[in-house]
Design a binder for this molecule. Structure first.
Ligand SMILES: *Cc1c(COP(=O)(O)O)cnc(C)c1O
Length: 336
């Protein structure tokens, strides 16, 4: 595997930190917990999409695009970061926002939605769950062509094989840091959504024969469906990256016990996890992804499924701007 063969823009100076979480580890009383600070990646307010966009935007530029087009939920971190990458590159950005929860789009909403406006999005098209997202983005691209411009369509979450290379690279970064720190991790825990992050990590770890299992915590889909999605994308990313060993289906584990009533809908466990990370480590999680992933981590430590003494790396994939759109729920002013 040689990722230097791929065109890449750089949006983060150096590696993101891996930090111990001694206080939280003590409070939970089992595993030794560490955190990979991908919430501190470059571009506006950071988060995992920055790594994927380094490869995707390089391709957009190579193709001569002047506008990035992508899709996400109404509080999408991916849309915020795609817009931020466009600004960095001197491009325009048009967004398609999907109301995964009926009626959830509010033009005046805080969080990432506010940032879409502040960062100067060129247009927002709102669609409903079940609408054809690809067709909507292609329509946006056709409109641009009619104006003599050229769009580049980035899939939801930046999750195709090229985007997933960002997390193949992250796996290599983690292994190098782990070696330098003299800490061998027994497991990695990460949120699993559009699957690019989870599948890229798995492909990169297997490509390096690392022997570190990844536990994905679902934020939307049932287990079997998500495992199928992650496996398919891990195979595609591995093929693109030139990973030798096949990706076995058993290497993909996606847990769905912490999804709750649905994507972006709060749970008591999410609120507890957000409060635990803030109070004991000063780390801000988000309500949609990392709060639920951390709820899974906490649950697995408490149940003993993550054994006492295990060294676990939790990948913080970002998302804190959405926190402020959920303030009444996180303070308990509005019950879940
Ligand atoms: C998109 C996102 C995820 C999920 O990553 P995928 O690659 O889509 O699975 C996790 N955390 C945050 C904060 C995100 O924005």
């Amino acid at each position: 595997m040689n990722l230097a063969r791929f065109a890449r823009r750089r949006y983060t100076a150096g590696a993101t930190a891996i930090e111990p979480m001694p206080h939280l580890s003590k409070v939970l009383g089992g595993a030794e917990l560490f955190i990979k600070r991908d919430d501190q990646l470059g571009l506006t307010a950071g988060g995992n999409k920055t790594r994927k966009l380094e490869f995707l935007v390089a391709e957009a530029l190579a193709r001569g695009a002047d506008t990035l087009i992508t899709v996400g939920a109404v509080q999408s971190n991916h849309c915020r970061l795609t817009l931020a990458a466009a600004i960095r590159e001197g491009l325009k950005c048009r967004l398609v926002l999907e109301q995964r929860v009926a009626g959830s789009y509010d033009k005046a909403a805080s969080g990432n939605n506010f940032l879409f406006d502040l960062l100067g999005v060129e247009s927002v098209t709102v669609v409903n769950a079940g609408d054809d997202l690809q067709a909507t983005m292609e329509k946006v691209a056709a409109d641009l062509v009619a104006e003599g411009r050229q769009g580049y369509i980035i899939p939801g979450g930046g999750s195709n094989a090229l985007g997933a290379l960002g997390y193949v690279a992250c796996a290599e970064e983690i292994l190098a840091q782990s070696f330098a720190m003299g800490i061998a991790f027994d497991r990695i825990v990460v949120a699993s959504g559009s699957a690019g992050t989870h599948s890229g990590l798995v492909a990169g770890l297997i490509g390096n024969s690392a022997g570190i299992p990844v536990t994905g915590i679902n934020v939307r889909r049932p287990r079997a469906e998500q495992e199928g999605n992650v496996h398919k994308l891990a195979v595609a990313a591995a093929e693109l990256a030139g990973v030798g060993p096949a990706i076995p289906r058993e290497a993909i584990e996606c847990r769905d016990e912490w999804v709750g009533p649905g994507y972006s809908l709060p749970t008591a466990e999410m609120i507890e996890a957000v409060r635990l990370f803030a109070a004991h480590e000063g780390v801000l999680l988000d309500p949609v992804y990392t709060g639920k992933a951390a709820a899974g981590l906490v649950g697995l430590v408490r149940s003993g499924e993550i054994a006492a003494g295990e060294r676990v790396l939790f990948v913080h994939t970002g998302g804190a701007p959405a926190l402020y759109a959920y303030q009444p729920i996180l303070t308990g002013a509005v019950p879940v």
